[in-house]
Ligand binder design. Structure first.
Ligand SMILES: *[C@@H]1O[C@H](CO)[C@@H](O)[C@H](O)[C@H]1NC(C)=O
Ligand SMILES: *[C@@H]1O[C@H](CO)[C@@H](O)[C@H](O)[C@H]1NC(C)=O
Ligand SMILES: *[C@@H]1O[C@H](CO)[C@@H](O)[C@H](O)[C@H]1NC(C)=O
Length: 487
């Protein structure tokens, strides 16, 4: 009996929806009265690296100063449940660019190494994956990536650049094809070189021991062994020793590279200049393209270790070097927003700010914490399935189109950027593959109340760790709950 009652209510509700739909359809027959979304805006997408949700003022941090990001939220829409598809860089960024879970594009790893580890390794975002940049390029947009890529460079040869940003829909690229390493700054705690050095040192010791044993055995006539073999082995040991000695240098030389389009501009790069160079490039791109639709993806190197921070910001925050770096990043965001305002592009530009995944709890040097803070959420970077690794800040601003000062608690994904951007640019998402992202515009504008995500999957590499379920038809659920409470 109770159930029947609820069901009836539900059908009444459904009926109402239908009549709304009818009015909508009638309105649409007369195009002028039909409210359509504005088309072909510019896009400024800003992605921070390793920034935790708890590091940002508008997400509840009261000691770190992020006035520019907070201002963005005040004038736009802040997402409270914005989820990255992975808890580390490479797969999360692949999902962001393609709107697909990394397991679909082959960007999810089945080994311990979850990200691309060398600039020179073959591997990266497959050439047949379609990024939003590629579709926008086809829609007449001028597209650029300034900053970190970390999606691979080459397939078979040193120069084929099959994974390069210019092969994935960007007209212009300035930045790092790889990711920041401690080696890039020349700190005393190399990351990549460390494991290499350990290996080389172990082999050096083992070979040296073997050579000694053989020499003594030969001289004492314990066993016959040719000098040739001993000399070969000794050379092999020497090479390992040299590799151990020089690995710091070559991990830096091969990975810490800046490129402009297909050309290397700095190798190894001078990290002290990189942030200001990136800003300059981004500002120039906006000014150069202000008369045509553009997509600018600013993929910040902040706030990844080694936290290179200019003198102006050093020692300014209340949270050590990490806090200084966050505040400098916020200043960079402010500079970008200023250009949009100064060029009078604020009504025609959709601005987005997010982080690629949660803050790194494990990053520290000696006693000082160098990684971010994920607020009340457990876990962090590299910890799949825990909220702290995947729940990130996510803010949209588009003056005159998105309601200012809105907060949305519905689950959304970084993968949603793909269909959102593609639709706004007048393009269509590829039909020959599954797209996991859902267009966000109705939610952001407040024309719908609920996210289109019913299930979200949380992977660590190729392994599924958790699933988030969001009841789609919460109205029916609310009524059912109400009915149960009433009777
Ligand atoms: C603000 O951020 C810093 C740096 O990550 C962190 O140590 C601190 O706990 C945060 N404060 C709050 C209230 O979340
Ligand atoms: C891309 O190519 C690979 C290898 O041929 C194939 O397995 C995959 O399905 C292709 N992806 C798309 C989206 O077509
Ligand atoms: C942006 O839109 C607002 C409100 O419609 C208007 O007052 C303002 O002049 C516009 N700004 C520019 C630069 O077009």
């Amino acid at each position: 009996m109770d159930l029947f009652h609820t069901r009836e209510n539900y059908e009444v509700y459904q009926g109402k929806q239908w009549s709304y739909l009818n009015i909508w359809l009638i309105l649409c027959l007369f195009p002028r009265t039909c409210v359509s979304s504005p088309s072909k805006p510019n896009f400024l997408l800003i992605l921070a690296d390793d920034l935790g949700i708890g590091d940002v003022g508008c997400y509840g941090n009261d000691t770190i100063r992020t006035p520019n990001i907070d201002g963005l939220a005040k004038e736009g829409v802040r997402l409270n449940q914005h989820i990255a598809a992975a808890a580390v860089c490479t797969p999360s960024r692949a999902a962001f660019l393609t709107g697909r879970y990394p397991i679909r594009s082959g960007m999810a790893s089945s080994t311990q190494q979850q990200v691309l580890f060398w600039n020179g390794c073959s591997g990266g975002l497959p050439p047949n994956e379609t990024t939003f940049a590629r579709i926008l390029q086809q829609q007449g947009y001028s597209t650029a990536l300034v900053g970190k890529w970390h999606m691979g460079v080459n397939c078979k040869t040193r120069r084929d650049h099959c994974h390069h940003p210019l092969n994935h829909g960007f007209d212009y690229f300035y930045g790092m094809p790889f990711t920041l390493l401690n080696e890039c700054q020349g700190t005393d705690d190399p990351e990549l070189a460390k494991s290499l050095q350990d290996t080389y040192w172990l082999y050096t010791q083992m070979i040296t021991l073997a050579v000694f044993t053989l020499v003594i055995g030969k001289l004492a006539n314990f066993f016959p062994v040719k000098w040739k073999i001993i000399i070969c082995l000794a050379i092999c040991g020497l090479l390992h020793f040299l590799s151990w000695f020089s690995s710091y240098g070559f991990t830096k030389y091969w990975n810490c590279i800046l490129m402009r389009n297909h050309d290397i501009t700095e190798q190894p790069m001078n990290l002290n200049r990189t942030a200001s160079n990136m800003l300059k490039e981004a500002v120039t791109f906006i000014k150069r393209n202000k008369h045509r639709p553009f997509l600018l993806f600013v993929s910040l190197l902040h706030v990844h270790t080694p936290l290179t921070t200019t003198e102006k910001f050093q020692g300014r925050s209340r949270h050590g070097l990490y806090g200084d770096n966050v505040e400098e990043m916020d200043w960079m965001v402010g500079r970008l927003l200023n250009v949009i305002d100064k060029e009078s592009l604020q009504n025609t530009t959709l601005i987005y700010f997010a982080s690629d995944h949660g803050g790194s709890l494990e990053a520290h040097r000696r006693n000082s914490q160098l990684g971010g803070w994920n607020g009340i959420y457990k876990g962090g970077k590299g910890m799949g399935g825990w909220e702290g690794g995947i729940r990130v800040p996510g803010i949209f601003k588009w003056s005159g189109v998105l309601p200012a000062g809105t907060v949305i608690d519905e689950p959304t994904s970084l993968m949603d950027i793909f269909p959102t951007v593609v639709h706004l640019a007048g393009g269509a998402v590829p039909q020959d593959r599954v797209i996991d992202g859902r267009t966000l515009l109705p939610l952001l504008r407040g024309t719908v109340r609920h996210s289109r995500h019913e299930f979200m999957f949380h992977y660590c590499g190729v392994f599924l760790h958790a699933v988030r379920w969001h009841q789609k038809d919460t109205v029916a659920l609310d009524k059912l709950t109400a009915a149960v409470m009433l009777y």
